[in-house]
Design a protein around this ligand. Structure first.
Ligand SMILES: [Zn+2]
Length: 339
């Protein structure tokens, strides 16, 4: 059987080509306090400093053993870039968005002349470059960004869901704006060396908005990113939170290579609901990976693997307090699995 580099293995697995074994990667955030202590790059500084961000991302490989590196660790850089108020995170907690920046079309117009070489977007892009120069030949370089629906929600704030349900004109305008930004940002990540793009769109969830709204307000915009990446032969993985089991068929129409599912999703049903994408996930980051024992992790991993998951990994993002040994147990189960 052919042996592949981790980069080749993930490339092939995401395209449903034959591989020697399952790749051990994580498409949601990877940083933990144990990694910060091991590498000397800590939250919150690592969210805003390219060198520190790259150092902490690297620890997911050198300290834990993931066969990929991924940045950033939160989903607020984009909202911050577009003028939203951000509550700074700390050692254990990620930053969060607390103040929107767009009420109406006039506000939106003011955001249109952005420059990707500024702010935290530039920091993330620089971190991608540092990682790609060091590891790009061997390891997958995963660039992650918030998806268009959740970014529009951040920018529009509490008014977003109301505007969505009453069909305000700000809704398609914001979604166009955000998805155009997503495409430009993803292309810049690829130019800097990213080979896989993770789209984290937590609130574009079937559980929250239902199939009809997903089809109208999430699908076309997420698809735009997947289409643009396909042209560059770059794989995309879409993560959406909540129980998306019955929405997976529509999510599959985005054309992404992988759909990363929440721990609420039943893997066996999930795999039957998609035709094109592979299903990625979905160990519970709290009950299993943070609070479980290695034995419990092995058992949970076995269940997910036997249910036919395309790639075993974390469901929603890794909790910063997760012990390294627990992540390593999941990685061991992944590496031991041949399709
Ligand atoms: Zn999630």
């Amino acid at each position: 059987m052919a042996k592949y580099t981790p980069k080749e293995r993930l490339y092939r697995a995401l395209r449903k080509q034959q591989v020697d074994r399952m790749p051990a990667v994580c498409f949601t955030q990877t940083a933990t306090v144990e990694q910060m202590e091991a590498c000397g790059a800590y939250w919150p500084e690592a969210h805003a400093d390219a060198e520190k961000m790259a150092t902490l991302a690297e620890a997911a490989h050198t300290v834990v053993g993931f066969e990929a590196v991924r940045v950033p660790f939160d989903i607020t850089a984009e909202a911050e870039f577009f003028g939203c108020g951000i509550k700074a995170g700390d050692l254990k907690q990620q930053p969060s968005v607390i103040k929107p920046s767009v009420k109406n079309l006039e506000d939106l117009d003011k955001l249109k002349n952005y420059n990707l070489k500024e702010g935290r977007i530039a920091v993330v892009l620089e971190a991608v470059k540092i990682l790609s120069e060091k590891y790009g030949k061997e390891l997958p370089i995963i660039g992650s960004m918030i998806g268009p629906f959740s970014l529009a929600q951040h920018i529009n704030g509490d008014a977003w869901f109301g505007n969505l349900f009453t069909g305000e004109e700000i809704v398609p305008a914001l979604l166009d704006f955000c998805s155009d930004f997503n495409v430009a940002y993803a292309k810049a990540m690829v130019e800097n060396g990213a080979d896989t793009i993770a789209i984290i769109d937590p609130t574009a969830s079937y559980e929250l908005i239902g199939g009809e709204f997903y089809e109208k307000y999430a699908l076309p915009y997420q698809k735009k990113i997947a289409d643009a990446m396909k042209e560059l032969d770059v794989a995309t993985v879409l993560h959406i939170c909540g129980n998306t089991t019955n929405g997976l068929g529509i999510m599959d129409k985005t054309g992404v290579n992988g759909i990363s599912v929440d721990q609420k999703v039943d893997i066996k049903t999930a795999t039957g609901n998609v035709k094109d994408a592979i299903i990625v996930g979905n160990l519970d980051p709290v009950a299993v990976l943070w609070n479980g024992t290695p034995e419990e992790i092995e058992e949970a991993s076995k269940k997910v693997l036997e249910a036919g998951v395309g790639l075993l990994t974390v469901g929603c993002g890794t909790v910063s307090m997760t012990p390294t040994v627990n992540l390593q147990k999941m990685i061991e189960c992944t590496k031991n699995y041949t399709y």
